[in-house]
Design a protein around this ligand. Structure first.
Ligand code: 3H9
Length: 685
C-alpha cells in the first residue's frame, strides 16, 4: 500500500508510503482518495496526513508523465480532501514539493518541521503546478509571493513559509503537534480555495514576466504559469483550476518538459557507476597539489564536504598564495550567505597548506591541480607515490593531458585517475572522471563516492585530447572562428547562441576564461594538427595584440573600466583583414545559419566521441554539455537536442556543409549508422 491509514481515538492518521521520495503516482492518488472516504465513513474528527521516512512528498511521479493521465487525477483528489467535512492537517517533514505542496494547500491546516522545505519546482520539469497550486497559492500568500514561488521554483524554508502564511505553525514534531490541535478551531478555518482571490496587479505581473524573460529566457512553463495565475485572478476557483489543468497537460507533453525530464533522470542515474562493484577508498584527509585558482577551488569544494585538506605547494610563496586563495573563497561564500561564520571556521580548521609531502602521508586521495605540463605532472605524481600510503588514489585535474602517460610513469598505474573539475570548482556541478587504460575499479568507485559527497554530477570519460567536454568545445570554437573569418562578428555569433539558450555566447565566454588558455592548447596541438585542415588565425592575432579577455580589459569585446562590455571595431576589422589575406569573399550569415553550424559541429564531434567509446552514452554527453558548458538544460543536452532534429536530417545538413569543407564537416560514422537505421542517438551506448 502506498498510503496507509490508522485510527487513534477520533483522529485519523494517513501516511504516504512510496519510497524513496513518496512521489505521487497512481497508487498514492488512489490511496489518498480512499483515505478521504475512509475518514468520512469512520466519522473522524480530523485527519493528519504525513509522509513515511521523514519526507512528506516530492511531487507527482514524473515517470508517469510520458503516459496518458489515469484517474483519480490529483486535482480531484485534493478537491475531495478540501471539501471533506473531516478537516485534514498536513504535517510536513523533509520536503513537500510540487504535488506534495499542493496536498498541503488542500488541507485547512499545515504544520511544518523547522528543517522541512516546501515549494513548487514544477517549472524545472517544464510544467506548472497542476493540482491547484496556481490557484490556491495566490489566495493564500498573495500574488507577488506566489508568482516568485511558482516561476522561480525554489523551495522555501520553514521560517519563510511561516512568515508568508503558507503554513500556520513550525514545530519540531509536526505530527505530534497535529495530534494536539483543537478540532473545533480547525473547522472554523476557511478552505484556501474559498479565500478571496487577490486583486489584479499589473505591475507585479509585468515584473514577474520581465524576470522570467531575463532569467529563464526561452522557457515556456514559467510564462505559462504567470498567464494561468493572472487568469485565475478574475475567475471562480473551479474555472481557474480547469485552465490550470489544461495548461499542465499541454506542457507535460511538450518538447521542453521531455527534455527537462530527460536531464532530471539522467542526473540521478549518473550517481552510481554502471557495471562496477568495488569498495571505494574512504578518504578523511585529501591532498590537493597546487594552490592556484583551480587548486584552491577544488580544496574549498572538498572542505565544503567536510574533508580535511592539505594543499601542497612548491615554496613558501606558493603556500601563502594557496592560503590567501582559499580564504578568498571562504570570504566570498560568507558574503553570498552560502555559509555562516561557524561553517567558515569549520572549513578554516580543516584546511592546511604545506611544502612538505610528508604532511600528507595519511591522505588516501590526492588531487593534482598543478601546471598543465606533462613533466611537472609526472614529477608531482612520483612525489605523491612516494609519500602516500599504498592503495591511495592519485588523481589529476588535467584538462587535456594523457592520463595513461602519467599513470605509466608510476609503479602502480591502477591507482591513477583523472578528476576534471570545472571552474569555479566549488560551484560547477560537472565532474569528468577520466578512466585510463589501467585505472582500477576502486579508483572509479572512489571518484563516484567523492562526487556524491561533493554533490557533483559524475560522468566517466575515456582518454583523448580534451576528454568529452573540452573536445566538443574545441570544435564549437573552431566552427565559430570559421564564421568569424567567413563573414560574422563575435557579437552576431554570441547573440545567435544566446537566442539558442546559452547564458553567453562563445566569445563572451572566452573573454571570461581568458584567451591565453585556448592559445596554449593550440600551440600544443600544432605538432599533431592535420595540415590539410583549415586553420583560422584570428584568435592568435588577438593574443598577439594582448587582448586576452576581461583580465586585460579587452578581448573579443572591450570592458571599459572593467565593467559592461562593448563591441570592439578593431576585432571586427581583424576578421575582415584576415579574410582579405586568405582571399576569402565574406558572406553574411543569418542567426539561424550561425546556430545551425555551431550546433551541428558539436553534434558531429560528440557522435565521434560516442563512436570511439570516449563517452559511455549519449545521456552522459548531455550531462557534460548541460552541467559543464552551459548548453540549455531545457533542450535536454546536446544529444537529446540532436534527436529532436533526427540523425537523417543532421546527415543531410552535414552533407551540404561538406561541400564547403569536406574535412571540417566529415560525417561521423555513428551519425551515418543512426541515419541509415533510424536509431535515435540517445539509444546508443
Ligand atoms: C508535480 O508535482 C506536478 C504537480 O504539480 C501536478 C500533478 C497533477 N518523480 O533526487 P534524488 C526519484 S511535478 C519520480 O536522487 P535526493 C529519483 O529519480 C514534480 N521520481 O534524491 C531517484 O530515483 P532513483 C515536482 C522521482 O534526496 C530517487 O527519487 N517535484 C521524483 O537528492 C531519489 O531522488 C519535483 O520537481 C519525482 N517527482 O533529492 C521534485 N523525485 O533512486 C523533484 C525524485 O531510481 N525531486 N524521484 O535514481 C527532487 O527535487 C529531489 O528528488 C528530492 C530528493 C529533493 C525530492
Amino acid at each position: 500500500m502506498s498510503v496507509t491509514t490508522r485510527r487513534e481515538g477520533s483522529v485519523g492518521y494517513v501516511e504516504i508510503d512510496n519510497a524513496p521520495v513518496n512521489a505521487i503516482g497512481l497508487s498514492v492518488r488512489s490511496g489518498l482518495q480512499q483515505a478521504v472516504d475512509w475518514a468520512e465513513r469512520e466519522n473522524l474528527e480530523r485527519v493528519i496526513v504525513s509522509g513515511k521516512g521523514g519526507m512528506f512528498a516530492a511531487g507527482a511521479d514524473a515517470k508517469e508523465f510520458d503516459s496518458a493521465p489515469v484517474e483519480p487525477h490529483l486535482p480531484d483528489v485534493l478537491n475531495a480532501i478540501e471539501d471533506s467535512y473531516v478537516p485534514w492537517i498536513a504535517a510536513i517533514e523533509g520536503v513537500a514539493l510540487g504535488g506534495g505542496a499542493e496536498i498541503a494547500l488542500a488541507c485547512p491546516m499545515r504544520i511544518m518541521a523547522p528543517k522541512a522545505r516546501i515549494g513548487f519546482p514544477e517549472v524545472t520539469l517544464g510544467v506548472i503546478p497542476g493540482a491547484g497550486g496556481t490557484q490556491r497559492l495566490p489566495r493564500l500568500i498573495g500574488l507577488s509571493n506566489a508568482l516568485n514561488a511558482v516561476t522561480g521554483g525554489k523551495p522555501l524554508n520553514a521560517q519563510t513559509a511561516l512568515k508568508m502564511g503558507l503554513v500556520q505553525a513550525v514545530k519540531s514534531e509536526p505530527v505530534e503537534a497535529a495530534f494536539m490541535v483543537n478540532s473545533e478551531a480547525l473547522v472554523t478555518i476557511v478552505p484556501v480555495s474559498e479565500l478571496p482571490e487577490p486583486a489584479i496587479d499589473l505591475e507585479v505581473l509585468n515584473t514577474a514576466r520581465k524576470t522570467v524573460n531575463t532569467k529563464q529566457a526561452g522557457q515556456i512553463a514559467p510564462l505559462r504559469a504567470i498567464e494561468v495565475m493572472e487568469a485565475g485572478l478574475s475567475l471562480p476557483f473551479r474555472e481557474g483550476l480547469a485552465l490550470e489543468r489544461q495548461a499542465f497537460l499541454e506542457l507535460r507533453s511538450s518538447d521542453q518538459a521531455k527534455a527537462l525530464r530527460h536531464i532530471f533522470f539522467a542526473e540521478r542515474a549518473a550517481k552510481t557507476p554502471s557495471n562496477i562493484i568495488a569498495e571505494p577508498v574512504v578518504p578523511e584527509h585529501i591532498a590537493v597539489v597546487g594552490g592556484g585558482t583551480m587548486g584552491s577551488g577544488i580544496a574549498y569544494a572538498v572542505l565544503n564536504a567536510g574533508f580535511r585538506v592539505t594543499v601542497l605547494e612548491t615554496d613558501s610563496e606558493g603556500v601563502k598564495r594557496a592560503r590567501e586563495n582559499v580564504e578568498k573563497v571562504v570570504e566570498a561564500s560568507l558574503k553570498r550567505g552560502l555559509i555562516d561564520e561557524n561553517k567558515a571556521n569549520e572549513r578554516r580548521a580543516l584546511f592546511s597548506a604545506s611544502t612538505n609531502y610528508a604532511d600528507v602521508s595519511d591522505a588516501t586521495l590526492a588531487i593534482e591541480a598543478a601546471f598543465e605540463s606533462m613533466a611537472v605532472k609526472c614529477q608531482v605524481f612520483a612525489a605523491l607515490e612516494q609519500s602516500l600510503p599504498a592503495g591511495a588514489i592519485i588523481a589529476s585535474n588535467t584538462s587535456y593531458l594523457d592520463i595513461n602517460e602519467i599513470a605509466d610513469s608510476l609503479s602502480d598505474p591502477a591507482r591513477v585517475i583523472g578528476l576534471h573539475f570545472f571552474a569555479p570548482a566549488h560551484i560547477m556541478k560537472l565532474l569528468e572522471i577520466v578512466r585510463g587504460n589501467k585505472t582500477s575499479d576502486i579508483a572509479i568507485t572512489t571518484a563516484f563516492a567523492l562526487a556524491k559527497r561533493l554533490r557533483k554530477v559524475p560522468v566517466v570519460v575515456g582518454v583523448c585530447d580534451g576528454f568529452v567536454g573540452n573536445r566538443i568545445l574545441a570544435r564549437y570554437r573552431e566552427a565559430a572562428d570559421t564564421l568569424l573569418i567567413d563573414g560574422s562578428t563575435p557579437w552576431e555569433i554570441d547573440e545567435a547562441m544566446v537566442e539558442f539558450g546559452y547564458a553567453m555566447g562563445p566569445y563572451a565566454a572566452q573573454d571570461l576564461s581568458g584567451l591565453d588558455i585556448a592559445h596554449a592548447n593550440r600551440r600544443r596541438q600544432d605538432a599533431t594538427r592535420d595540415p590539410a585542415r583549415r586553420y583560422i588565425p584570428i584568435a592568435d592575432r588577438m593574443v598577439e595584440l594582448g587582448k586576452l579577455g576581461r583580465k586585460t580589459g579587452a578581448g573579443w569585446y572591450r570592458y571599459p573600466g572593467g565593467n559592461g562590455r562593448v563591441e570592439d571595431p578593431v576585432v571586427a576589422d581583424l576578421g575582415i583583414e584576415e579574410a582579405h589575406f586568405a582571399g576569402i569573399e565574406r558572406v553574411e550569415y543569418s542567426a539561424d545559419e550561425i546556430r545551425e553550424r555551431l550546433t551541428l559541429a558539436m553534434i558531429n564531434e560528440a557522435s565521434d566521441i560516442l563512436h570511439e567509446g570516449i563517452a559511455q552514452s549519449a545521456a552522459d554527453i548531455d550531462l557534460v554539455t548541460v552541467f559543464g558548458y552551459g548548453f540549455p538544460r531545457w533542450r535536454g543536452g546536446l544529444m537529446h537536442y540532436a534527436d529532436t532534429l533526427g540523425a537523417k536530417e543532421i546527415v543531410s545538413r552535414l552533407t551540404r556543409l561538406g561541400n564547403e569543407d569536406a574535412i571540417a564537416w566529415k560525417i561521423s560514422p555513428l551519425l551515418s549508422h543512426c541515419s541509415e537505421n533510424g536509431i535515435p542517438l540517445c539509444d546508443v551506448g
